[in-house]
Ligand binder design. Structure first.
Ligand code: AMP
Length: 143
């Protein structure tokens, strides 16, 4: 299964934020959409970083509640690992497990074009395993 197929099924909408927005705004967006990360973008939808709930928790843990007034750029991860439509779900599982993160923005022609979370990949893998088990059961029943 490819990233393209996952995006065709789940859509390409991504919640984003700007580098100079405040962490308080990021927290409001994460909470209202019940998501765990925002892609930080520049004006033309180019990826500048990623901001996860973990980054915000770390900033508040280290600096206190005033961290909510910090700009997103001060705590985001700038060295973002992105994926492309041709990548497979297995590629992503390996990269996310090795890098210990749960989100990968999809980039196309240098621009943000979707996001895949570890939850999307695990859901897909479970569906595949269930389907394979059903196929094996019906094969055995008819053999
Ligand atoms: P997460 O597990 O996605 O909530 O993120 C854990 C940490 O990894 C946070 O510091 C994120 O900023 C960072 N992170 C999340 N996704 C990526 C990514 N695709 N590339 C690089 N760092 C990431």
């Amino acid at each position: 299964m490819t990233v393209r197929a996952i995006l065709d099924a789940k859509g390409r909408e991504v919640m984003t934020i700007r580098p100079d927005d405040r962490l308080a705004e990021a927290t409001r967006i994460l909470a209202s959409h019940r998501i765990g990360a925002l892609v930080v973008t520049l004006g033309d939808n180019r990826i500048a970083g990623i901001l996860s709930e973990r980054d915000i928790v770390r900033a508040i843990g280290e600096e206190g509640a005033e961290a909510l007034d910090f700009p997103v750029s001060s705590v985001m991860t700038s060295n973002v690992k992105v994926c492309h439509e041709e990548n497979t779900a297995n590629d992503l599982m390996e990269i996310m497990t090795r890098g210990r993160f749960r989100h990968m923005p999809v980039e196309k022609d240098g621009h943000l074009d979707g996001i895949i979370s570890i939850g999307d990949v695990v859901k897909l893998r479970i569906e595949e395993v269930v389907r394979e088990a059903e196929e094996m059961k019906s094969y055995i029943a008819t053999a």
